[in-house]
Ligand binder design. Structure first.
Ligand SMILES: [Zn+2]
Length: 120
């Protein structure tokens, strides 16, 4: 199903506010502040997968918590949602950035160059 249709289906269905309040109960807004970020991470305290990404069951789907957070904040469900803070447990919408794989690789490259320069 195309993303637009899936989004329409998502938002036309009633919002499960009970599930959403459970979602936010699992978020610790006093997470760490990464060196390159101005604001604290919002740490996911619920279940997570082997890579450290939060997981949350919502509307019949098993979500990655940061992807659900991004969708709730922006209404968008891009192919990838990456962490500007490089903290997989973070679900703070302002720390997340949607993109495709190409953007992801570019960001990794930029990160790498940045880090190398820092070390030199
Ligand atoms: Zn963060």
């Amino acid at each position: 199903m195309p993303v637009e249709l899936r989004l329409t289906a998502f938002f036309s269905a009633p919002v499960d506010s009970e599930a959403l309040s459970k979602f936010w109960l699992k978020v610790d807004k006093r997470g760490p502040t990464q060196d390159h970020m101005d604001t604290r991470c919002w740490s996911w305290t619920g279940a997570s997968n082997a890579d450290g990404y939060g997981r949350f069951y919502y509307k019949g789907r098993d979500w990655l918590a940061h992807r659900l957070s991004f969708l709730l904040a922006t209404g968008k469900e891009p192919k990838t949602v990456l962490h500007k803070c490089n903290n997989p447990a973070c679900v703070r919408p302002s720390h997340l950035q949607g993109g495709d794989t190409k953007d992801n690789l570019l960001d990794l490259l930029i990160d790498r160059i940045y880090t190398d320069r820092d070390v030199a």
